[in-house]
Write a protein that binds this ligand. Structure first.
Ligand code: IMP
Ligand code: MG
Length: 185
């Protein structure tokens, strides 16, 4: 893990090492496996692009029942803050009519994205929608949608790494870094 990383005009410091992220994914996958043990439904695993690409891949490897992988691309962030409006950059890659959907998100912050997404999925006639997120900022989350699976909770600060970006950069790091306002460039 690097001591500091620089992306655009900002510096980030280590928050969660990759090993700890992987352990939290082991634990959340075990919970999902337990809930779906012996199931005869094939749920849709919905990767919310781009942020949850890495999480979806790591989670899928650990699931021991059949899933139907689909994607959708949403965006709401510009720089380090949420714009408040959720935009669909790319629609669903498959038909979810009558299907159970497990949303795989990188992070739930204010919850606007997840709320908008759940609405979209029921409008497309999903039979049931569950939410699985790698990260949650509990201080920020004000919505009532149940978050079925949460791998880790983090403080209310901007982070990057393991799929998450700052204006397009930082997604490729295997560890998670947090904004460092003390280190000057
Ligand atoms: P929400 O709609 O406020 O819950 O924000 C959710 C979306 O904003 C996530 O899917 C991320 O794409 C992005 N986001 C929220 N917090 C962060 C962060 O700390 N770093 C990078 N992206 C974030
Ligand atoms: Mg996202």
């Amino acid at each position: 893990m690097k001591d500091r990383i620089k992306l655009h005009d900002k510096v980030f410091k280590p928050l969660i090492p990759g090993e700890q992220i992987e352990k939290s994914i082991d634990a959340v996958a075990a919970k999902i496996n337990a809930d779906y043990e012996g199931t005869d439904t094939v749920p849709v695993l919905l990767c919310v692009l781009n942020g949850s690409i890495l999480f979806t891949a790591e989670l899928m490897k650990r699931l021991d029942f059949d899933v139907d992988l689909m994607s959708i691309k949403l965006s709401s962030y510009r720089g380090t803050s949420s714009t408040g409006a959720v935009h669909m950059d790319m629609g669903l890659t498959g038909d979810i009519t009558g299907k159970e959907v497990i949303i795989v998100e990188d992070i739930v912050d204010t919850g606007r994205t997840i709320e908008a997404l759940v609405k979209i999925l029921y409008a497309r006639k999903a039979s049931k929608v569950k939410v699985c997120t790698l990260l949650l900022k509990p201080e920020m989350y004000k919505k009532t949608i149940n978050l079925d699976y949460v791998a880790m909770e983090i403080p209310n600060d901007f982070i990057v790494g393991f799929g998450l970006d700052y204006d397009g950069l930082g997604r490729n790091y295997k560890d998670i870094y947090i904004l460092d306002t003390d280190t000057k460039l």
